[in-house]
Design a protein around this ligand. Sequence first.
Ligand code: HEC
Length: 159
Amino acid sequence: MLMPDQPAAMTLRLPTLSLIFFLATAAHAEGPLAQFDPALSESMATAIRNADLDAGARYFDRKCSQCHDGDRNGENFTGPHLWNVFGRTAGTHTGFRYSAAMQGVGKIWTYATLDYYLTDTERAVPGREMNFVGIDETAERANLIAYLRTLSDAPPALP
Ligand code: HEC
């Protein structure tokens, strides 16, 4: 009953399927935030725990504050008000006109999503209207994210 070529076909098919699955998953890990949940790397978590908050504040002043207000009683201007950004669903701050791209993200800003976004903003939110490319350097990103955490009525636990 068993066709002689059946076992050979099976052994070929399984590796092919796993390869396709692997490639699909790998491609996913680089995709838009709307379609997957990035994980916070252990090295980034450590860098955030050991961050230099003053350096993060200076970075914010130099690179973010021309568009974003981070004060508790601040407001939206070029960019949305960033007080309480941790825990906010992307693109939902009252009174700010977000791009369709940002409104379509549908994810909460956490250590992992902010790290992913601030690494490469266009990769994370294709079509976003924030004119800032991203921050390559891990320590700089960690300092900034640790600083953003303090702009909150209830800062989340450190990672
Ligand atoms: C040139 C102006 C500009 C600069 C510089 C800028 N942003 Fe933005 N940012 C924006 C705009 C505009 C949006 C809304 C984007 C959209 O709707 O696509 C935004 C959105 C965001 C969001 C999403 C907030 C939400 O409510 O969902 C975060 C987080 C953010 N910016 C952080 C930063 C940080 C941190 C920096 C500094 C490293 C920075 N931005 C630099 C203009 C800017």
